[in-house]
Design a protein around this ligand. Structure first.
Ligand SMILES: [Zn+2]
Length: 285
C-alpha cells in the first residue's frame, strides 16, 4: 500500500508534469472508482487545469480553483501513471506488469491533456477512489486526519498524549490515520524497530523515553523514505533514472527469517492489529 513517502514522491513528480495543462478528455472506464455522479465529475473537470497538487496523509489533493478540488486516494493497489512522448512516470502501488500497454485492464480513469500527454489511474483491487469536492467538502475530509510527520503539527507533547491515551497495541495506534496521518504497515514496522519497541506492546505502557524514541524514529524513517523515493519496485523511471530506493534500506519489513542487521537474531513475523508485522525479538522490547 502506498504510504506517505510514496504519495509524496508521486505528488512531487506529477507537479513537474501536469500543472497548468488543459484537460481535454476524461474517460471513466469503471464507475465505482469515481465517487461523484459521472457526468458531473466530467463536466467539472473538462477544459480545466490542475493549478496545484497537495497531500494530506496518503491523500492527494489536486486543486482546480479555490473552491474545486480533485481528491485521489490510492488505497491498497492504486497507481498514477503519467505518460507523454518522452516519459513514463508512475507512483503508488508496486508496479508489476509495468511493461504492459497503457491503458490496460486496470486503467479505470484516464485524463488527456491538450499537449497529448495522459494521466492514468490504475487500480488492481479497486479500493482507491477519485472525488470532486468544493472547499467545504475538502474541509470535512481534512478534519479527519491526525498529526502528520515532518510538519508543524507533529510535536512531542501532542504525540505523547495520543500514545498515553490508548490501550491498543502501539502499532495499531500509529497506523490509525485519525491519530497520525500517513503511516502504513511498512513505516510502522520500520519506525518501531528503530525505536526498539515491540509492535504488540500496549500503547499506554510506553514510558516517556520510549515515546520520545518512537517520535524521533517516525520522523527519521519517513524523511529517509522520501529521500529515497519510497519503497516500490518501480520499473517506470523518469529521465534521471530514479526508482523507489528505500526497499534496499528496510531493516525488518519483508525480512522474516533473515538476520537482524544489529543483533543477528532472526526477524520474526506476527499479527498485530490484523496486519502482518515484522520485528526483531532481540532489538525490540
Ligand atoms: Zn535485532
Amino acid at each position: 500500500m502506498p504510504e506517505l513517502p510514496e504519495v509524496e514522491t508521486i505528488k512531487n513528480d506529477l507537479k513537474k508534469k501536469v500543472l497548468e495543462k488543459t484537460i481535454i478528455d476524461i474517460e471513466i472506464r469503471q464507475n465505482k472508482i469515481v465517487k461523484n455522479d459521472k457526468k458531473i465529475f466530467v463536466k467539472k473537470l473538462l477544459n480545466k487545469k490542475f493549478i496545484q497538487i497537495d497531500r494530506r496523509g496518503k491523500l492527494l489533493i489536486f486543486m482546480i480553483n479555490s473552491d474545486l478540488y480533485l481528491l485521489v486516494h490510492l488505497k491498497m493497489t492504486g497507481q498514477l501513471v503519467y505518460k507523454d512522448k518522452k516519459n513514463i512516470i508512475a507512483g503508488g502501488h508496486t508496479l508489476t506488469n509495468v511493461n504492459s500497454e497503457l491503458p490496460n485492464k486496470y486503467s479505470h480513469v484516464i485524463f488527456s491533456f491538450k499537449d497529448g500527454s495522459k494521466l492514468f489511474f490504475n487500480d488492481l483491487r479497486r479500493f482507491g477512489y477519485l472525488q470532486i469536492v468544493d472547499q467545504n467538502g475538502l474541509d470535512r475530509v481534512l478534519i479527519r486526519f491526525g498529526i502528520e510527520p515532518l510538519t508543524e503539527s507533529f510535536r512531542l507533547p501532542i504525540f505523547s498524549a495520543i500514545i498515553k491515551k490508548y490501550q491498543a497495541p502501539i502499532k495499531a495506534v500509529i497506523l490509525n490515520q485519525k491519530h497520525i496521518a500517513g503511516i502504513g504497515n511498512i513505516y510502522a514496522d520500520e519506525s518501531l524497530f528503530l525505536a526498539g519497541i515491540k509492535p504488540d506492546r500496549k500503547s499506554n505502557s510506553l514510558n516517556n523515553e520510549e515515546i520520545k524514541k518512537l517520535f524521533l524514529a517516525i520522523n527519521k524513517v519517513i524523511k529517509n523514505a522520501i529521500k529515497y523515493r519510497g519503497t516500490t519496485f518501480n520499473n517506470y523511471v523518469d529521465a534521471s533514472g530514479n526508482t523507489g530506493g528505500f526497499l534496499k534500506r528496510l531493516k525488518v519489513y519483508g525480512r522474516k527469517g533473515e538476520k537482524c542487521f544489529g543483533c543477528k537474531n532472526e526477524i520474526e513475523k506476527i499479527k498485530v492489529a490484523g496486519r502482518g508485522t515484522s520485528y526483531c525479538p532481540g532489538c525490540q522490547k
